[in-house]
Design a protein around this ligand. Structure first.
Ligand SMILES: CC(C)(COP(=O)(O)OP(=O)(O)OC[C@H]1O[C@@H](n2cnc3c(N)ncnc32)[C@H](O)[C@@H]1OP(=O)(O)O)[C@@H](O)C(=O)NCCC(=O)NCCS
Length: 311
């Protein structure tokens, strides 16, 4: 068997990293019959750019110790990217190219990723994987990260999004991250319990997504990111009582922004997401699984997206 070597990722690797992720992703979708339905199959994604990889740029800058490449005969065979915020460790990517799978590369990359930490000790580890891939699920479970929550990727036509006259929430689009920093941090503290400023800052830097802050009276009570393509998330509220209205408003904002479709990662334990998604005739197109070493987060007030990155 050929030798496998491991090294840290570099900016020059980014196009190849994205290409490997897509090939590996497509392989799982094909193997399990989700290639045609999943909106994440490569034919439905934009072409791979030769430059401008803001997500990987941030990975290298903030979490270079968690960004690794596996090579076989000098060619990229796998990669991992984990990020750490406070005491939370999150595995954003672990992919091995189909021709190199089953040769311990995934396990070795996982062991390297597990060592990634910053000053504070890690108290929880989390990730999202395919709900139907026993290889990845068992690999993570062997590292103490267990299945917690089903995630159904749902989409529907924005024509089905109804205006809701009883909705009492007001919202404001926030353009300047600094203006919203303290409100977003407070909402995250109450809903998730981990600092996520870096992730918010990153989302604010993207032209394809808008952040809306929701208010009842004077106090901000929730936020929602609404993507140009109609996807919603991350979204968080300080209480479950206002979750449904926040979600409905976010879909309306997506529709008002001109998106043809709306989409969301619906978590199994949050009945309101499923109910709102189904009232808008959304359909399940792909299935994922949230795994963590300890139960987390409280999905009754939180919508996770993008699934891989949990921004
Ligand atoms: C998941 C993935 C990263 C694992 O990497 P890999 O290099 O193929 O895996 P490894 O060879 O290191 O280990 C696979 C292990 O899973 C085990 N395994 C395989 N099928 C299994 C099953 N049905 N149930 C339980 N364990 C299984 C293997 O036996 C092996 O363990 P062992 O060496 O103790 O026998 C890789 O297969 C991959 O990229 N898959 C597609 C993308 C993906 O699912 N990524 C992760 C989610 S984002």
């Amino acid at each position: 068997m050929s030798d496998v070597s491991y090294r840290k990722a570099k900016a020059e690797d980014f196009p190849e990293i994205l290409s490997l992720i897509r090939t590996s992703f497509d392989g799982v979708l094909r193997e399990h019959g989700f290639f045609n339905s999943s909106p994440f199959a490569s034919p439905k994604l934009p072409a791979i750019p030769q430059q401008s990889f803001p997500w990987f740029d941030m990975g290298l800058k903030e979490d270079g110790e968690g960004f690794w490449i596996a090579e076989v005969e000098g060619k990229m065979a796998g990669l991992t990217l984990s990020w750490v915020r406070g005491s939370l460790w999150y595995l954003a990517h672990l992919f091995v190219s189909p021709e190199h799978q089953g040769r311990n590369i995934g396990q070795n990359l996982m062991e390297i990723a597990m060592k990634h930490h910053k000053s504070a000790g890690i108290t929880n580890r989390a990730l999202v994987t395919f709900a139907y891939n026993p290889v990845s699920i068992s690999l993570y479970a062997r590292h103490g990260i267990y299945p917690r929550e089903p995630l159904y990727w749902m989409e529907g036509s924005s024509q089905q999004v109804k205006t809701d006259a009883s909705n009492k929430l007001t919202n404001e689009r926030i353009v300047d991250f600094e203006k919203a920093r303290s409100s977003l941090t407070r909402i995250d503290e109450l809903s998730l319990g981990y600092p996520r400023e870096k992730n918010h800052e990153f989302l604010f830097s993207l032209p394809s997504v808008r952040c809306h802050l929701f208010t009842t009276g004077i106090q901000p009570v929730g936020y929602a990111y609404v993507w140009q393509n109609g996807r919603v998330g991350p979204l968080a509220t300080v209480s479950h009582e206002i979750f449904r209205d926040t979600l409905r408003s976010a879909f309306q904002l997506a529709k008002a922004g001109g998106a043809a479709n709306v989409g969301i990662a619906a978590t199994g334990s949050n009945e309101q997401i499923m109910q709102v998604a189904l009232e808008q005739k959304m359909r399940i197109l792909d299935n994922y699984l949230f795994m963590s070493s300890k139960p987390f987060p409280n999905f009754s007030n939180y919508v996770l997206y993008p699934t891989g990155a949990m921004l």
